[in-house]
Design a protein around this ligand. Structure first.
Ligand code: SF4
Length: 273
């Protein structure tokens, strides 16, 4: 029997529904994973935008973004998450060029001087029964009428229509957290896809919040059951191509019981380097 988690975040809910077996490796056994260039680039761009928004509105210009970008790059050059990618000089250059192009793309999507932000990288937590629901909001702001708006930056591509609803499930989770912690349901939740310049806006309602709490409770019950029965099934899909645990996945002929010893031996020397 595995210990049942006491907290859930939107990404963990999505991880369990995408593949319970990968969830077991990452979130229950907490096995190390190699860093991914995509995720590292995303967090670098988030850091640049956070530094930009720490400036007073009048100073949030593309010129001010340059020192913010340089500061973020200096921070990441010594971050294990970046160092362990082992990029050559040429690949590092391409990595930073692409990150900068995402920052520039942001400026084409909105004018940060007009944003009335009231919180950056905001950690919210609400208790639902014995379960703590947690999330980090990239940016919380007020609209022209003084209502809350949640903005989430995305550095990947916008999802196709068939995946849009599942992506929005994550943002409605934030809406639930705002309502619980701040006592006000946001008027809008915006996903800004910097790579494609698209913004998807969702309007939370009592129904969407109820859907999230019901869905999260159902996922948590399924997690609890899987922990008690030690039955985490592999679910093959697009994620398999980038799954760090494929070598121990039964769907690929692997033995999951070996992962606890072999994954740290394979990945932790990297993490400790
Ligand atoms: S390889 Fe695919 S099915 Fe197996 S654990 Fe990873 S994501 Fe799940």
């Amino acid at each position: 029997m595995y210990p049942v988690p006491t907290s859930l975040s939107p990404s963990r809910v999505e991880a369990f529904t995408s593949c319970p077996m990968a969830f077991r490796f990452a979130s229950i056994e907490k096995l190390p994973e190699p860093p991914s260039p995509h995720a590292t680039k995303g967090s670098l761009v988030h850091r640049v935008l956070e530094l930009l928004f720490m400036q007073p509105p009048a100073r949030r210009t593309i010129e001010a973004a340059t020192p913010a970008f340089e500061q973020a790059v200096a921070e990441y050059l010594v971050e294990p998450e970046f160092v362990l990618l082992g990029l050559t000089e040429a690949l590092q250059q391409a990595f930073f060029d692409d990150a900068w192009s995402l920052v520039q793309a942001y400026f084409a999507m909105e004018d940060p001087q007009s944003v009335r932000d009231i919180g950056l990288e905001l950690r919210l937590e609400a208790q639902v029964g014995s379960l703590a629901l947690r999330g980090i909001i990239d940016r919380l702001e007020l609209d022209a009428e003084g209502r809350l708006v949640v903005t989430d930056y995305k550095t990947g591509r916008a999802p196709g229509l068939q995946y849009e609803q599942s992506r929005l499930a994550g943002v409605h989770f934030y809406s639930f957290l705002c309502e619980e912690v701040l006592g006000q349901r946001p008027a809008a939740i915006r996903l800004m896809y910097l790579r494609t310049g698209e913004t998807i806006t969702a309007t939370p309602s009592a129904q969407s919040v109820k859907f999230i709490t019901t869905r999260t409770a159902a996922v948590w019950k399924a997690v609890e059951k899987a922990c008690l029965t030690e039955d985490f099934r592999p679910r093959q899909g697009a994620l398999c191509n980038s799954c760090a645990f494929q070598a121990w996945c039964p769907a690929f002929g692997g033995d999951p019981t070996l992962a606890a010893v072999e994954a740290p031996a394979r990945f932790r020397p990297l993490a400790a380097a």
